[in-house]
Design a protein around this ligand. Structure first.
Ligand SMILES: Nc1ncnc2c1ncn2[C@@H]1O[C@H](COP(=O)(O)OP(=O)(O)OP(=O)(O)O)[C@@H](O)[C@H]1O
Length: 647
């Protein structure tokens, strides 16, 4: 016997007075709770009926056509939101009658209920449900945008149809938010906007366009409003979060590279109330930089497809509202205290990072080009490296081994097979190029030609098919970037001028707060619990994320909050072929020699100190940013901050 799950029905009227427990459709699959169920039809196809059910698993679409039955479920975790809309009044010259068939490629236009542009002659209420379905292939997979349109038109009055649509919307929104207290109208728990800080100079300088074209539509679909601020100069974001009342926002999302994330993080630690700030505000990143180490790390650790559509992956993370604790490393030089989330480096990789700046216009490729250059003209550095080894006995190494192709596992989800042109408005990469799961694979076993059961599905309520208007075009025009972008309720876009007005005052004396150091002063000698290597080095690089950039899988065993710094030491004397093999292995995580190697070592530590002593000119970096060259020490503070994650 199966117990009925406990559902908090709240005090208000509930959507479905008695959510039912339904047996799983597959033999042996667990029962699920059914919240809403309704029969829909497709106007273009007689004898085809859809039973649509909203369950605790997702949106189930059961198609019955000429005696055959097919069922597919869009998992709740893949749904990001839904909106109720009305059809838009037609312009001059077109028919004013909603009964008229719209032929060919013409699409139904929809608007907000009170836009003033609604078509009063169409009493239907349209519910648009947006999902990004996870599809797996040999390369890891991709997410495919899917829109389900439910047209409610059983009643003669729009108000009644809208009430039905709103009931579904509320139930979907509550379930997507992970709540089981379902009410007829949706009231979000969090009403504050998101703060979005965008660096227009990051990467190849297209962050603004990328946000508008690929992120804003996703936020609109999830009905997340935001305040967008464009940085004016280096350190603008840092000053902004230091000086503003940041609790006005629910979280901070940076659009740019790891450098802008670093700025925001350090701005938070420059606040007197830093502890409250980092406790209350998770930070997210939309990768528009040239390295994008943190965004790639998050996707990798959560097994989210990234390569083909990195911006989409991160935008979806942003709307999920989830976070993970993040280790933060406190770094000290002779003149500065910093808080780092990614890496500290000395030598080869830092040199490549900084010196390749001159090639910024070519994007991520700059690292590869400069690596070749620096391998040919190799430098070594004299100095001392000390560290406190980490206790790694509890680490489950077998679980952390590098995965091929950016993570695997998980079969394909559902039966939804192909996407119509909507994807073109999102990331421009062709997500289906190469590998299984591409369009050909998809078409081989799907209803590709059956638009009535595809991933842009338009369904209608009603009982008498013969009275249906002959229109099959109730699809939301997601290709209309502008209207989608600007329609997010209450979102504001700060222009450069507005950003300037809101710019930090810059009058305060800046002080770095954050947790105090537990290490000896940088000039003091170290105790015996430290291990020290004295000599000549090609590089020393400490990392606490798996990836330093999209294609640099530097510390495969790292986790977001394991309290470990991975210290890579390459000593002078290493052969060029060893070094080449190291560099080539970085993209797959196979750069660390499997046998004990006197030149290349990766050591888990909790703190370290680097003291250069020679005269070779070189670079030291923290999170990819150049810092003062000289002695530097760092220590990890486990789980100090919060970062947005997909689940
Ligand atoms: N408006 C601006 N004009 C010029 N520089 C800026 C502006 N806003 C921020 N910056 C600086 O740009 C630098 C690089 O930014 P960001 O990290 O976003 O991009 P990136 O370097 O291309 O990416 P990554 O760090 O992932 O390699 C940061 O040091 C930041 O301080």
């Amino acid at each position: 016997m199966v117990d009925k799950p406990k559902i908090d029905l709240g005090t208000e009227e509930i959507v479905n007075p008695s959510p039912t427990i339904s047996k799983g459709t597959d033999c042996g699959s667990p029962p699920h709770v059914v919240y809403l169920t309704e029969t829909f039809y497709i106007s273009s196809k007689k004898n085809t009926v859809f039973e649509v059910r909203l369950t605790d698993k997702g949106l189930s679409l059961k198609k019955q056509s000429n005696g055959s039955t097919k069922e597919q479920t869009i998992p709740l975790k893949d749904i990001i939101g839904c909106r109720c809309l009305r059809s838009k009044r037609k312009g001059k010259g077109s028919s004013a009658c909603a009964c008229t068939s719209i032929s060919g490629t013409a699409q139904l236009k929809v608007v907000e209920e009170n836009s003033g542009e609604q078509d009063e002659s169409d009493v239907s209420a349209y519910l648009y449900i947006y999902a990004y379905i996870l599809k797996r292939n040999r390369r890891g997979g991709f997410r495919e945008r899917t829109t389900i349109t439910l047209r409610f038109r059983s009643f003669d009055k729009y108000e009644d149809n809208n009430k039905e649509a709103q009931k579904w919307r509320a139930a979907i929104k509550y379930l997507v938010a992970g709540e089981t207290s379902i009410r007829p109208t949706y009231q979000p728990k969090e009403t504050r906007k998101m703060l979005v800080v965008l660096n227009p100079k990051s990467g190849s300088g297209k962050a603004r366009e990328m946000f508008q074209q690929r992120v804003a539509p996703v936020l609109a679909e999830a009905e997340i409003s935001y305040d967008l601020h464009i940085t004016k100069k280096p350190d603008w974001a840092r000053e902004f979060v230091r000086n503003r009342d940041i609790y006005l926002w629910r979280g901070i999302v940076v659009v740019g590279g790891d450098g802008i994330f670093y700025e925001v993080l350090n701005g938070l630690f420059e606040r007197e109330d830093w502890q409250t700030a980092i406790d209350e505000l998770a930070i997210g990143i939309i990768p528009c930089g040239s390295g994008n180490g943190l965004a790639k790390t998050i996707a990798h650790l959560y097994d989210e497809p990234f390569e083909t559509k990195p911006i989409l992956a991160s935008a979806l993370t942003m709307v999920k509202g989830k976070h993970s604790m993040l280790d933060i490393v406190r770094v000290e030089t002779r003149s500065q205290i910093m808080f780092s989330f990614l890496s500290v480096g000395w030598g080869l990789i830092s040199d490549i990072d900084i010196e390749s700046e001159r090639l910024r216009a070519i994007g991520g490729q700059r690292f590869t080009l400069w690596s070749v250059h620096r391998l040919i003209s190799l430098r070594t550095y004299q100095g001392k490296v000390s560290y406190i080894p980490a206790l790694v006995s509890n680490m489950n190494r077998s679980n952390s081994l590098p995965r091929e192709g950016g993570g695997g596992g998980g079969g394909g989800v559902g039966l939804l097979k192909h996407s119509i042109s909507y994807n073109t408005t999102l990331d421009c990469h062709d997500c289906r190029s190469g590998g299984g799961g591409g369009p050909n694979d998809s078409h081989s076993n799907c209803d590709a030609c059956d638009t009535n059961f595809s991933d842009v599905l338009s369904l209608e309520t009603g009982s008498n098919l013969d009275t249906f208007r002959p229109r099959i075009d109730s699809w939301y025009s997601a290709t209309s970037r502008k209207s989608t972008y600007f329609s997010t309720v209450d979102s504001i876009y700060e222009s450069d001028r507005a950003s300037n007005e809101g710019a930090p005052t810059g009058t305060n004396v800046v002080q770095m707060y954050g947790p105090p150091s537990r290490l000896p002063a940088l000039t003091a000698s170290l105790s015996d619990s430290w291990k020290t290597i004295d000599g000549e080095f090609v590089m020393v690089h400490a990392a606490y994320q798996t990836h330093l950039s999209t294609d640099c899988y530097f510390a495969p065993l790292s986790k977001l909050n394991d309290g470990i710094i991975w210290l890579l030491i390459i000593r002078a004397g290493v052969s060029r072929s060893q070094l080449l093999s190291f560099m080539l292995g970085l993209s797959s995580g196979s750069h660390i020699p499997t046998q004990a190697n006197q030149y290349i070592q990766m050591i888990p530590v909790t703190a370290f100190r680097i003291e250069p002593s020679g005269s070779t000119p070189g670079h030291m970096t923290v999170d990819g940013e150049n810092v003062e060259y000289g002695p530097i020490q760092a220590e990890i503070f486990p789980s100090l901050a919060k970062v947005m994650v997909p689940k």
